[in-house]
Design a protein around this ligand. Structure first.
Ligand SMILES: Cc1cc2nc3c(=O)[nH]c(=O)nc-3n(C[C@H](O)[C@H](O)[C@H](O)COP(=O)(O)O)c2cc1C
Length: 223
C-alpha cells in the first residue's frame, strides 16, 4: 500500500466519536499520540500548542464541574466563535447536526432532545480522557491555525492506535472556567478540547458518518 493510500485510509477510518468506553488509555499510548502530533509544521516552528490531559477521577470531576458551568454560565470563548453559518455552511452544518440527532433518536422540532444531546459535550461524551489545547495569545490567529493542525494530527495519530476522539470547540465557550480549573496563565488562550478513549461501537451517537463535498466545490485551477 502506498503512503498516500495508508494516509487516506486513516483519514477515512477516523470520525468524531460521541460515545466512549470507560477503559483508560495507557500513558505510553497518550505520549505516543502527542509526540506524533507534534510533528506538524507551525509558523516559525513556534509550536504554540500546550496539552493538558486528564485521567481517571480527574476527568469525572471535570465533566461534573463543566456540565454545571455550561448549565448556568454565559459563553465567553477566548477565540471568537463563528458569527454566522450562511449559504452552504448553513446546509452543511444542519446536515451533520441532523445526522447526529437522527442517530440518537431526536426528532425534528424536539428542542429539548437536541439540547440534551448538545449538553453531552460538557460531559465529554463520557470519555475517560480530555485534552485541553491552548495557544499563546500573542501568536494570534496563526497560532490558532498551528494548534488546529496539531489537533487534527492528534486525532489521526490516535485513530492509528485505535483510540477514538472528538475535537470540541463547544467547551471553549467556557474558557474562563477552564483557565481557572487548569490553573493556566492569562497568556494562554483556550482553542478547544479533545475527548478521547476507546470507541463504544454500540453507542447510537457513533452510528452515522459525515460526507465531504465534491472536489469541484473546493478546488479551482487557474491557467
Ligand atoms: C475544531 C473542531 C471543533 C469541533 N467541535 C465540536 C464540538 O464542540 N462538538 C461536537 O459534537 N463536534 C465537534 N467537532 C466535530 C465536527 O462536528 C466533525 O468533525 C464534523 O462534523 C465532521 O465529522 P467527522 O469528524 O466525523 O468526520 C469539531 C471538529 C473540529 C475540527
Amino acid at each position: 500500500m502506498s503512503d498516500l493510500d495508508a494516509f487516506d485510509r486513516l483519514l477515512t477510518r477516523r470520525h468524531s466519536c460521541r460515545g466512549f468506553l470507560p477503559d483508560p488509555i495507557p500513558e505510553e499510548t497518550i505520549e505516543r499520540i502527542v509526540a506524533t502530533a507534534q510533528k506538524v509544521p507551525s509558523w516559525c516552528n513556534a509550536q504554540p500548542w500546550q496539552v493538558t490531559v486528564t485521567r481517571g477521577a480527574q476527568t469525572d470531576r471535570l465533566r461534573d464541574a463543566l456540565f454545571a458551568e455550561a448549565s448556568t454560565a454565559a459563553a465567553q470563548p477566548d477565540i471568537p466563535f463563528p458569527t454566522r453559518y450562511g449559504d452552504v455552511y448553513k446546509t452543511r452544518r444542519s446536515t451533520c447536526g441532523w445526522a447526529l440527532y437522527e442517530a440518537v433518536g431526536v426528532e425534528k422540532g424536539d428542542r429539548a432532545g437536541s439540547a440534551r444531546q448538545m449538553m453531552q459535550n460538557f460531559r465529554l461524551f463520557e470519555a475517560p480522557h480530555f485534552a485541553l489545547i491552548t495557544t499563546e495569545a500573542d501568536l494570534g490567529p496563526y497560532g490558532v491555525l498551528d494548534c488546529g493542525a496539531f489537533v487534527i494530527a492528534f486525532t489521526l495519530a490516535a485513530e492509528a492506535l485505535d483510540v477514538a476522539s472528538i475535537p470540541q470547540a463547544a467547551v471553549a465557550a467556557y474558557a474562563p472556567f477552564l483557565r481557572d480549573w487548569f490553573d493556566l496563565p492569562e497568556a494562554r488562550e483556550v482553542v478547544c478540547g479533545i475527548s478521547f478513549g476507546r470507541r463504544d461501537d454500540t453507542h447510537p451517537a457513533n452510528g452515522f458518518r459525515t460526507g465531504r463535498v465534491p472536489l469541484d466545490e473546493v478546488l479551482t485551477f487557474k491557467g
